[in-house]
Design a protein around this ligand. Structure first.
Ligand code: XMP
Length: 508
């Protein structure tokens, strides 16, 4: 495997994803983590950082010590740190570089093998390496900086490399090839981290970890919980007891459809219709956070009640994925914070269950690839994200069964049309929102006074920032007509054209 030491760069996860894409396994660790000797580590990558190597509290590692065991590749800050520690000069240059630059390859060394001579790379740095340490070899430059890539082969050390640009970002056209050169040519990694390999290995590990014990698990119909359940199912079969709750705020027909898919996949999942209880708990609540809490708490109650039939279960399956567990380096100082994750509203500790989390080291795109390997239908794997509190936070104000039915009907028309017009895959998330206002309309000779639905569709990479999707007018016209003509109770459709920030994706 490859280790990526994180110095707090916003791009660190992209390095990891690029390495994984080359079918090489890697892990991200905070730079401050003490490393134990580990023969399975084939190479180390040092990430970028918002710090300058000349800052007083700049995060540091001993690069020489690392290179005594494995090859090291420094990216941006990582390259500057390496150059500085070996006696080079790193300073704020008058030419800062942000964005595109053209790489001039000086030496076609193993790292830059098969890279075209004027390759576009992406820069983002204030400091520059103005002078390399003695014995370091210059590999590439750009028009504005003297050192864009270097190599060093010190006596007694493994090779050291540095790249001033970010090979991991999309705009470094041949960046992935450069990373792959490092992994294969220099570290000697075999590219065998494939979905098939992951499935075989994980199923073996799960068999050992679980043995004869019983695992209970809440499934949501989403990608993560389904893939996690399938892996556990492959390992222990019927000893996995899945529970899928209809909380009354799922999409139209979702409960039945998802249960059907689970059945086809051979999963042992029990469906529980708890709609009435959820509606009761939601009655009278208008505050979004109170609605979320009511749903979270009711879910735990329902789950615990259902789990009573599985008294002998000792383990709890969860679909936790890697971005939820990476220890992130805070940019406000070299302190380390750990993100906590509550996939199912923090299922109570008092249930005394040990966690089984087979996706703990996977990124979302890898979860999909593994899902495909496991034979899960594409329809389920390519689903948009859907919030845990479901339609309850898309019905502004109080949630009632009648309003849920209205919104389900409108949402269903919208989502089906997105699929029919081949637009579903072009947006990151889409859904309809039922507004708590009525307005006047006219249908035939009749005056109507009915609800408004807002359509939302966004493009995004991770949900942290998002833009409204520029859906074709003709498409919007079609959806609007169909909703107003076939959903009694809705006489107006509007399209949300707000980006995040300052708006959010959901309306509550
Ligand atoms: P916002 O509205 O914050 O949403 O821009 C970002 C992403 O998070 C989802 N979301 C939730 N997911 N429970 C969830 O499981 C929630 O309470 C919740 N609120 C928002 C939202 O659907 C979007 O994908």
């Amino acid at each position: 495997k490859i280790l990526i030491l994180d110095f707090g760069s916003q791009y660190t996860q992209l390095i990891a994803r690029a390495v994984r894409e080359a079918n090489v396994y890697c892990e991200i660790l905070p730079f401050s983590k003490e490393l134990q000797p580990d023969p399975s580590v084939k190479g180390i990558i040092l990430s970028g950082s918002p710090f300058s190597v000349n800052d007083k509290n700049a995060p540091e590692v001993n690069v020489q010590a690392l290179a005594s065991h494995t090859p090291v590749l420094g990216v941006c800050y990582g390259a500057q740190l390496t150059a500085k520690q070996f006696g080079g000069k790193v300073e704020k240059s008058n030419k800062r570089e942000y964005g595109r630059a053209v790489l001039h390859v000086e030496t076609e060394e193993a790292l830059l093998q098969n890279i075209t001579s004027a390759s576009q790379v992406w820069m983002s740095h204030g400091d520059s390496i103005l002078k390399l340490p003695d014995n370091f070899q210059l590999l590439a430059t750009t028009d504005s900086i003297p050192v864009a890539a270097f190599k060093s082969q010190e006596d007694g050390l493994k090779p050291l490399y540095g790249l001033q640009f970010h090979p991991e970002v999309y705009h470094s056209i041949e960046g992935k090839k450069i990373l792959q050169n490092f992994l294969v040519n220099i570290c000697g990694c075999s590219q065998d981290w494939t979905p098939a390999h992951f499935v075989t290995e994980t199923v073996e590990e799960l068999k050992k970890q679980i043995g004869k014990q019983k695992v209970i698990m809440a499934l949501s119909g989403g990608v993560d919980s389904t893939v996690a359940a399938m892996l556990i199912h492959r390992a222990i079969g019927k000893n996995l007891h899945g529970i899928f709750v209809d909380n009354g705020v799922l999409r139209k027909d979702e409960f039945e459809k998802v249960l059907e898919v689970y059945k086809e996949l051979g999963l042992n999942v029990k469906g529980i219709d708890a709609r009435k209880l959820f509606y009761k708990k939601l009655a009278g609540k208008t505050d979004p956070e109170k609605k979320r809490k009511a749903i979270g708490k009711t879910f735990i109650d329902v789950f615990q009640e259902a789990a009573k039939e599985d008294k002998d279960a000792t383990m709890l399956g969860q679909g936790t994925i890697y971005p939820d567990v990476i220890e992130s380096v805070s940019v406000h100082g070299p302190s380390v914070t750990i993100k906590s994750h509550h996939n199912v509203g923090g299922l109570p500790k008092k249930m005394h269950l040990k966690l089984v989390e087979p996706l703990r080291y996977l990124f979302k795109d890898e979860v999909r690839r593994v899902g495909r390997e496991l034979g899960i239908p594409d329809d389920l794997l390519n689903r948009h994200p859907f919030p845990g509190p479901g339609l309850a936070i898309r019905i502004l104000g109080e949630v009632t069964e009648e309003k849920v039915k209205l919104l389900q009907a409108a949402d269903d028309i919208y989502v089906k049309a997105l699929k029919k017009y081949n637009l579903y895959a072009t947006v990151w998330q889409a859904g309809a929102i039922l507004l708590p206002v009525r307005s006047v309309g006219v249908m035939g000779d009749e005056r109507t006074y009915e609800f408004t639905v807002a359509l939302r569709a966004v493009t995004s990479v991770d949900g942290m920032t998002a833009d409204w999707a520029h859906l074709p007018y003709d498409f919007l016209a079609h959806v609007s007509n169909e909703i107003i003509n076939s959903v009694r109770g809705i006489n107006r459709v509007v399209y949300d054209i707000s980006s995040k920030p300052p708006a959010t994706i959901e309306w509550e």
